[in-house]
Design a protein around this ligand. Sequence first.
Ligand code: 5AD
Ligand code: SF4
Length: 354
Amino acid sequence: MKRSTAEILYRFENLRIPSRSDIIELLKMEETVPLFSAADRMRRRYVGDQVHLRGIIEFSNHCVKNCLYCGLRRGNKALERYRMTPDEIVEAAREGVRAGIRTIVLQSGEDAFFSAAILADIVTRLKELDVAVTLSVGDRPKRDYRILREAGADRYLLKHETAHREMFRRLRPGTTLEGRKKRLLWLKGLGFQVGSGNMIGLPGQTVGILADDILLMRELDVEMAGIGPFIPNDNTPLAGCRGGDVTMTLKVLAVTRLVLPAVHLPATTALATIHPEGRQMALRCGANVVMPDITPVRYKKLYEIYPNKVCITEDGPGQCIPCISGMIRQSGRSVATDPGHGRRSWSDGSQQRG
Ligand code: 5AD
Ligand code: SF4
């Protein structure tokens, strides 16, 4: 290991304020073992060996937006669209809870059919199952977020996708990075545990932009960071692009663990899609969360953000959760039995300066 790399890792492990140039140096490093080991130690020290399962229900693939990278974009006429009914959503959650899930994530495209009132009613019913509820339903007016929070939603995922202003504007027509940040701040102000995140391997991305992604998540003091590779979808304008690679995705995960030590970091389905051992590798590079897809199988194959998504043939949580739990135990970790709320220990003032 180069002396400078050892020094950078020492600084990070001792919670010094990270500099952009140090982050860039780590992301460029060819020898990844020291970085991955440091992230694994940090993960153990701050969030322990338990892995949290978040059961995700993809309840609608309708979307009004037209993001260039995403298969749910409204311009994709090749996709068969669906909406689950509130009863179907609650039943899917109940099955997940029976299989051991303690957090339900409701995810959809930006679908106005699901008004705040309809979603609030679903949230209220889910809270009766004694679970934490995470929402991932995109850009909404602040009053909607308030209604959902008052209905009992605990967390909100709104990935910033890329911290590069121009790239954001190009990839997400009609929206701005400032708009995303404003919403993330609203959500925090309303008392949600907030998650953001980004994609690795977007066209035109540089390691400097990836460093900015990590620093933005630190600035926003997020409690969850969803980081996965971009996977090109043939039915989008980004068909034929290269997409993200496994090593860079793992490096960004590892550096994020060093920069936000107590963050919840999922081993994403996207990473498992581009590498059969993707989840296991992520769990060794700082990740402490897995998000099994508990959407009924007839719908989940239509939630085609990117192609060849893994785990879309399991019949339901009864099969999927034992399979994922087995993988977690084989990785030498245990499955958490509590809802795994966020902690704020990297921003509690205990960190050293300098
Ligand atoms: N590859 C990987 N992830 C994608 N997402 C959208 N399109 C793609 C793609 N082609 C991710 C975005 C979004 C989440 C729902 O899916 O990060 O936030
Ligand atoms: Fe819609 Fe989200 Fe896909 Fe953009 S990334 S098209 S907002 S589902």
